[in-house]
Every structure is written in structure tokens, then in C-alpha cells.
Design a protein around this ligand. Structure first.
Ligand code: HEM
Length: 150
């Protein structure tokens, strides 16, 4: 394992392996919903909904691995404060994704006014994702959590 995947072997938790999936799926959902609104095309909305579902599923996996990874962060101090901000923002994002997924599932066709609200929800989700993920990256690149120094 170490010879084939030295990078993977050096990792102390699998959270960084999963986090890019919900980020990419949520941003893709926003992009597709924008196309759907601009082109008044329901196919794009259906694809946006599919990306959203995937984002929710992978978001749950990211949250579980995040909780497992938090033991690697010091229990108090600056890094811990960043961890709490990261956790809160990502859990609010995941909750928003869950609700939006439920709406998309229960209401496959949206009126133009409903679509505007749905789009607004995806914008909020994207903002939470961008700022929350930034705090996750800060844990690694500023506080070097889980980084093995030579
Ligand atoms: C959808 C949910 C989540 C996403 C998308 C996410 C995203 C991220 C990202 C992008 C990083 C930086 C990884 C890197 O640059 O290597 C990170 C790190 C981290 N996140 Fe999350 N996160 C999520 C949920 C959580 C939760 C619920 C916790 C629980 C407290 C958590 C704890 C951590 C920890 C401890 C780190 C540092 C990992 C390390 O040192 O290897 N995350 N997260």
C-alpha cells in the first residue's frame, strides 16, 4: 500500500478524500439551475436536482468523516475555534441541501416564482459551501492539522 499510494498512506483521516464531492455537486447544481432559469428549460432543472441529491448523499459522508477527523484538532485554541466555525457552516449547508433536495423530490415542476426561490436557496448553499470549505482549508494550510512533518 505504502509503495503504490504513499500519499494516501500518509493521510491520518479520509475526510479530505470525500470533501470535494459535495462541493463540486452543490456548485454544479447552482450552475445547472442558472442555465435552467435563463433558458426556461426543465431538463436543466432536473439535472440540477440530480446534482443536489448527490451533493446531499456525499455531504452526509463528508460530515461523518469530519466528525471522525475532529479528534486530530487541538481541543481548544485558535484551530479549535476555526473547526467550530467550519463544522457549523458545513452542517447548515448540509441541512439546506437536505431541504432543497426534498423540495426538488416532492415538486418536480416549479413555477417561475418557485424556481426563483429554489435558485436563491442554491445561492445560499453555494455561499455556505465556499466560506465553510475555506475554514476547513484553513485548518489544514494554516494550522497544519493532520499534516505529518518530516
Ligand atoms: C459537507 C460537509 C463538509 C465538507 C464539504 C467539508 C469540507 C472540508 C474541506 C474542504 C476541508 C479541507 C481539506 C483539505 O484541504 O485537505 C476540511 C477539513 C476538515 N474538516 Fe470538513 N467538511 C465538512 C464537514 C465537516 C464536519 C461536520 C466536521 C466536524 C467537525 C469537519 C471537520 C473537519 C476537520 C477536522 C478538517 C481538517 C482535516 C485534516 O486535518 O485532515 N468537516 N473539510
Amino acid at each position: 500500500m505504502e509503495t503504490v499510494f504513499p500519499g494516501l498512506h500518509a493521510m491520518q483521516n479520509v475526510h479530505p478524500l470525500l470533501v470535494h464531492f459535495p462541493i463540486a455537486f452543490w456548485l454544479a447544481a447552482l450552475l445547472f439551475e442558472i442555465f435552467s432559469a435563463v433558458r426556461s428549460n426543465e431538463d436543466w432543472h432536473r439535472n440540477a436536482a440530480r446534482f443536489l441529491y448527490l451533493g446531499t448523499v456525499f455531504g452526509i459522508a463528508a460530515a461523518i468523516t469530519g466528525w471522525l477527523a475532529q479528534k486530530l484538532v487541538p481541543p481548544s485554541g485558535d484551530a479549535h475555534a476555526v473547526l467550530e466555525t467550519h463544522e457549523t457552516l458545513m452542517l447548515v449547508a448540509l441541512t439546506a441541501s437536505g431541504w432543497l433536495s426534498l423540495i426538488a423530490l416532492l415538486r418536480p415542476r416549479l413555477s417561475s416564482a418557485q424556481q426563483k426561490w429554489f435558485l436563491a436557496g442554491l445561492v445560499v448553499l453555494a455561499l455556505l459551501t465556499v466560506f465553510g470549505s475555506d475554514r476547513g482549508a484553513e485548518l489544514v494550510y494554516r494550522y497544519a492539522t493532520s499534516v505529518r512533518l518530516p
